[in-house]
Write a protein that binds this ligand. Sequence first.
Ligand code: FAD
Length: 290
Amino acid sequence: MKISEILQTNKLTVSFEIFPPKQDSAYDAVIGCADELVRFDPDFMSVTYGAGGGTSANTVKIAAHIKDRGITSIAHLTCLSSTTSEVHRIIGELKDRNIENILALRGDRPKDPDFVPPGDYRYASDLIRDIRESGNFCVGGACYPEGHPESGHKDRDLDNLKLKVDAGCSFLTTQMFFDNNMLYSFLYRAQSKGINVPVLAGIMPITNGAQLKRTIELSNAYLPPKFLALVDRFGDSPEAMKQAGIAYATEQIIDLITNGVRGIHIYAMNKPDVVQKIVSNISDIIKAAK
Ligand code: FAD
């Protein structure tokens, strides 16, 4: 099923994201994790492409596995460091497996200042246009409530986001954020630019100190004092930090749903136990909002 149809029909969607294994030896473990997440009956599940430590090789396979388990899946695809034929090969594999949804991303720019993209793609919007011309896919894109780290100018970033949506994006998923006001302000500004597609709120449960460090490096997200106090108090006690991180994510989600946000996308980080606790914390809230 296309995610655009799910978003049109359901009053609230709850979705999960997983990443493929770094090494093939861990493939079965990731499949086991996907199977556990499927049991919580998400509206759909996404599989990253070479992000979060995983490689890109197994993205299509894992997305197909999830679909075969009866849950709609979406495969991420990046473009900046790929040749056009590599990208078309993946699009062909997705077609062969009847996967109808792609999250089209640029991917991070390599550190080499002399880097020249090997393919036809400079921005995610180039990929989105290409996917649209290559088949009947539902295409999503990424957005950044606090601005994309490279852009340095929130308003210009939103103008670029509008170009991306106009290229053929049916929905957007946000970068993680830890202060819901960042999202509310972003939604308001996006609407004033004429960006009217559904926006799914990306929630990252932080359950240990190392993850927090990596999160800050990756996203540059603002960390509210309440969150910092929690890390300060429990950061050295793994079990307590995990519980506090789950509680923080739970609270964020409840506030989002209360304020009318209709799409919650949980960065599951291949930790079904964490997702299980969050989902069970809000099970009646989900039922009431659906
Ligand atoms: P773009 O939309 O192309 O934007 C990148 C930058 O270029 C922005 O600063 C933007 O303002 C600017 N820009 C865009 N269009 C134009 C234009 N026409 N003219 C001038 N400037 C422009 N990475 C992975 O490697 N694998 C994944 O699976 C993955 N999944 C992700 C999922 C989500 C929900 C998010 C939020 C990010 C994900 N990423 C992933 C990270 C992503 O690849 C990086 O954040 C990357 O730096 C930007 O990708 P983008 O698609 O947002 O790029």
